[in-house]
Design a protein around this ligand. Sequence first.
Ligand code: UDP
Ligand code: MG
Length: 354
Amino acid sequence: MAVTGCILLIRMIESFIMNIWINTGPIKPADIRRRTNVNTKKISIIVPCYNEEAAITIFHRETTVVMHTLDYDYELLFINDGSGDNTLSILKQLCADDPHSKYISFSRNFGKEAAMYAGFCNASGDYVAVMDADMQDPPSLLPEMITYLESGEYDSVATRRVTREGEPHIRSWFARQFYKLINHISEADIVDGARDFRLMKREMVDAIVAMSENNRFSKGIFGWIGFRTYWLPYKNIERVAGETKWNFWKLFKYAISGIVNFSEVPLSIASYFGFTMTFIDFIFIVFIIVRKLCFGDPVSGWASTACIIIFIGAVQLFCMGVMGQYIAKTYTESKNRPHYIISDSNKDDVKKVN
Ligand code: UDP
Ligand code: MG
């Protein structure tokens, strides 16, 4: 009896000492990691790169300086979009020297939209930003952008150029007309001068990833998914090195793609045209019959007839072209091809095809 009492007493003292040890003893590495994660958010910065060998080192340096002034964990996620220059080898070197930098390299050039999508699919941060590699999206704006997200009032902070200095006038004019048009005919709120440079919360990134359409127009996607966005205005900055990848024809096709992706109005216009033409045709037929009956002149009027035929033919071709655009988009979507194919990366958990 006395022995059992002694054993019980010893067990109680042992458990008391163990409790004190667990609660006040040295913190295990696993605990340190867990505690750090509770307090620190991670920021992922997606950087699409296509032939950016001249700009990439400057971007990496400037962004790293800014990120080191902030109390956040971060990753720079470079997406090499099939560059034909030394971009990939420079990226490999940067990533070898900097544990915060990761690269994903495509098997060919899939375009900036695919590069951004690959970034969204592979970014692990609580906040995710998209930035161009050419320094046109100034890293110095990042601290202010983070403050807006931390205020809890916004889910995303997007940037908007208030000037277009350094851009050809004709390009600026077409861009302005495009924004006016698309805002009239589409549900998505697409702001004039909006850049792809924005910082978003994880919920918004998940919504973007869920929009897995092949024909991507990110400015429309950002507007369509909603969320509370703060627009940060800034003056246009010219690229630090290298050349723009967009010529007039590429931008024109991109604009058409934006309209087709986010508006069915052109299709409706085609049917309105059809309806109006039928009505005008009917009046013409009545007019021709009445004239034939009254004057019986079979020869005169050939010129106007030719004009009408050509006009109707043109309208029909236009409408078929509009429908063709939508059918082409449906065709590419139905093939369901991957958005990009990854040939190389230093990220462990990368999705090779998506
Ligand atoms: N970019 C890309 N793939 C492309 C074209 C461009 O990843 O096919 C990248 C490019 O490297 C840059 C960003 O997208 O980081 C914006 O391109 P650019 O500066 O040429 O466009 P602009 O600023 O003239 O509109
Ligand atoms: Mg640029």
